[in-house]
Write a protein that binds this ligand. Structure first.
Ligand code: FES
Length: 106
């Protein structure tokens, strides 16, 4: 279980407990957090789960697979802290992680 804070582009913050093994995207969907649509259901094919991960937490994440890199290339305004929420698996080590949603996902 990890507490994940999702911050909408408008600054509204949502801190929720997400069980281990769910993805960051699934944690948002299960808690009805706006800004993460997950149109493809988590198959790394839509980028509507794009988040900017706070630097301290970004460094703790496993490297991206090629499919995630490719999808982020097509995402709206990616930056060096961009990840797809569906590709981040929640674990105890991520307790306290903060992610922000891009302006397009409002
Ligand atoms: S839910 Fe579609 S890429 Fe993550």
């Amino acid at each position: 279980m990890a507490k994940i804070t999702y911050i909408e582009h408008n600054g509204k913050s949502h801190a929720v407990e997400v069980p281990n093994e769910l993805s960051v995207m699934e944690g948002a969907i299960q808690n009805n957090i706006p800004g993460i649509d997950a149109d493809c259901g988590g198959s790394c094919a839509c980028a509507t789960c794009h988040v900017y991960v706070e630097e301290k937490w970004f460094r703790k994440l496993p490297n991206k697979e090629n499919a995630e890199e490719d999808m982020l290339d097509m995402a709206f305004e990616p930056n060096k802290f961009s990840r797809l929420g569906c590709q981040i698996t929640v674990s105890d080590e991520l307790d306290g992680m903060v992610v922000k949603m891009p302006s397009k996902q409002a």
